[in-house]
Design a protein around this ligand. Sequence first.
Ligand SMILES: Nc1ncnc2c1ncn2[C@@H]1O[C@H](COP(=O)(O)OP(=O)(O)O)[C@@H](O)[C@H]1O
Ligand SMILES: [Mg+2]
Length: 341
Amino acid sequence: MTKQNLNLTPEMLVPRLGEHLVNNGHISEEDLKKALSYQQEQTAKGESLLLGEALLELKITTREMLDQAVTEQIIQLRNALQATNRNLEQRVQERTAELQRALQRLSELSELKANFISNVSHELRTPLTHIKGYIELLVSESLGAITPEQKHALQVSQNSSAQLEKLIEDLIMASVSSQGELTLKQEALDVRRIANLAVSSMTKKAEDREVSIHAVLDKGLPLVQADSQKIIWVLGQLLDNGIKFTPMGGRVVLRAEHESDKLISISVTDTGIGIPNEKIKDIFQPFHQLDGASTRQYGGTGLGLLLVRQIIEAHGSMLDVKSTEGRGTTIKFPLLVANKK
Ligand SMILES: Nc1ncnc2c1ncn2[C@@H]1O[C@H](COP(=O)(O)OP(=O)(O)O)[C@@H](O)[C@H]1O
Ligand SMILES: [Mg+2]
């Protein structure tokens, strides 16, 4: 269907009365000219006259013939309008179907992408587990004595495989949450236990970077309602960032304290490089890293905080970021106290 057809006017659909009468052999061209000039004359005299009236006055047509012609025109017009409507309807249907196909394709693609990431991530884990296991055996000299140089080389490999493992964990978490599968396994959990676990898993990294790390935990903290696996992952990410963006000699502290009867507040504070206020919103962008140089040095996917926020929000909570450039950063979130059984 051409564009022109979409802008139809009644004149385009139906010839004017005069033309219609001539085309159908009701009157001759001569008669039409006569009637038109008569019409003009009368109009000039101030008596406006329709063409039909002029034809009648000049007795070129009869009233019946005129009525018939007008009826023919109305029928023609109605048919033309109906055809146009049908075309429009068909066009709308075609476009709707096109859009539906595009939408379908889009959701297939995004599913494919998410499946791909998740499959690849799982496939990467298995060989990595072997690599880590054997390096560990070699470093601990369980397979025989090694020279200090060999030991050093193996420790570098150990660090790299730990980095790789973290990256894969991030990717798996990202693919899971992009598939909308961020479902929580909520349970009543002991914040102190989880906080200590998270800190001890980061101690080595902190030592390597000569950054001190410890937990400050209120006494008598009640259990909180949360998904322990995901909260451990969240604390790991926050501590990892704290250590990564804090220069040698700095400090990273994980706190858990009473905020109210119903809330326990958990925070990670560092004495690191800080984040400029206007950039705080950017750190939640996927793959976004503020300082290319330091992240290239220390690695990372730029996915961590985005996922941290998704997980915290899935708990019905919120992340609060406070930072001063050059002084340090605190990232905090409350968790709900578990109902006592
Ligand atoms: N504690 C922090 N101090 C300073 N900058 C931070 C801190 N945490 C996060 N950032 C900034 O936010 C960016 C995104 O963090 P994140 O999503 O964890 O990605 P990644 O750790 O992989 O770089 C970091 O690259 C860094 O620029
Ligand atoms: Mg990170």
